[in-house]
Design a protein around this ligand. Structure first.
Ligand SMILES: [Zn+2]
Length: 381
């Protein structure tokens, strides 16, 4: 069961991308209403006869069946003539313009932002709001998942959020949403094939048997304060800030949209805590702390309303442990994003990283409700 999860995720991303749609203006207007039909087997010369009347365009031959394009103004006449000659049809494309528009949009939305150490793609999905003209003012949300390999619930929740977004992106107003569902694909893969509790990426280091960099200690903000120089440590920070291809790619992609970003949320497990900065010190208070706490409580209340799961809103360094070089601190301290959080998902430790798959859907549902409530509050600012 567990070994199928990566394939489930890949398949889900494909489905999500295939269902994203929108209403942007088009260079395919001339094909609006045109349809693609598959004509039944043994059609003989009938399609050619209909084509000679200017009613359709034969696109391809597959054995004895044919694929044809029928212009909008010829649909009824072509259908009538084909029926008269005993040729049945299956509609493959209802509206060719929409089909081509969707294809173009999708190709822009699953973007590889870079490659991992072992050369896997780092995918980012950009979900645009229904009315892109208002999105600049509304801002954007950045969701990062899977940066720690063993925290399998994290990418699963990110994919659920994507599914909800593409089914109804109006539910979060006019926010643009950027989701990186798998920030550490090498480590994630390794946690399936070799070491269930693997956390870091798969960097080869100088010490045999001590590979990997903790990607959530590799960001350049108070680098090294709450991390290790020891390559064998689970919180090894790397040889220098942004030494890793994964963090470099994330940094560059976030920097491109930094002026838009209002919320950055990094999904982790476990502990059921919504952590707000700073992580590098407990002796300094981050800007906007009162707002971070207030909006965090909005998230927690909404999340609790779904399955009664409690998420505590706490400070990273003060209430958890000091950790520098993490995504949320960097996004706040360097990019200046107001609301940056690390969300520790289910559970509180009973199963920990080895969470039963039955938690995936309820955990995703409560996070989605929490996120919607959080964004609604922020949209009123
Ligand atoms: Zn983590």
């Amino acid at each position: 069961m567990m070994s199928t999860v990566p394939f489930v995720i890949v398949a889900t991303v494909t489905v999500i991308v295939a269902t994203v749609s929108g209403k942007e203006s088009s260079r395919h207007e001339i094909l609006r209403g045109h349809q693609i039909w598959q004509l039944s087997n043994d059609v003989g010369d009938v399609p050619l006869e209909v084509m000679q009347k200017g009613l359709l365009d034969v696109l391809g031959h597959f054995g004895t069946s044919k694929k044809v394009r029928v212009p909008f103004h010829c649909l009824e006449e072509a259908q009538r003539l084909l029926q008269e000659k005993g040729v049945s049809r299956e509609i493959l494309v209802e509206d060719l313009a929409t089909f081509l528009e969707d294809h173009e949009r999708l190709s822009k939305r699953l973007t590889s932002i870079g490659k991992s150490f072992e050369n896997r793609d780092l995918w980012m999905v950009h979900v645009r709001p229904n009315d892109p003209s208002d999105s600049e003012e509304a801002g954007a949300v950045w969701i990062e998942a899977g940066i720690h390999a063993r925290e399998w619930i994290s990418p699963a929740v990110a994919l659920h959020i994507l599914k909800e977004l593409v089914q109804d992106n109006g539910s979060i107003g006019n926010f643009d949403v950027y989701v990186v569902p798998m920030a550490n694909p090498d480590g994630y893969n390794y946690s399936f094939t070799s070491d269930r509790l693997w956390r870091k990426n798969r960097r080869i280091t100088s010490q045999p048997g001590c590979g990997g960099v903790d990607l959530n200690r590799n960001w350049d903000f108070h680098y090294g304060v709450g991390a290790s120089e020891n390559e064998c440590s689970e919180v090894y920070r790397g040889s220098e800030p942004f030494s890793e291809p994964e963090t470099k790619a994330l940094r560059d992609a976030m920097t491109k949209v930094k002026d838009q970003l209002k919320v950055v949320m990094s999904l982790h497990s476990y502990g059921q805590q919504l952590l707000y900065p700073w992580g590098y010190t407990k002796h300094k208070t981050a800007p906007d702390t009162s707002d971070l706490i207030a909006r965090g409580k909005v998230f927690a209340d909404a999340a609790k309303s779904v399955h009664n799961t409690v998420y505590k809103v706490v400070n990273s360094a003060g209430d958890l442990y000091k950790a520098s070089g993490a995504t949320d601190d960097w996004a706040k301290g360097v990019l200046g994003v107001k609301y940056t959080y690390t969300l520790e998902l289910r559970d509180e430790g009973m199963s920990g990283f080895n969470l039963d798959p039955s938690h995936i859907v309820p955990c995703s549902e409560e996070v989605w409700e929490g996120l919607k409530a959080l964004l609604y509050e922020i949209s009123k600012e």
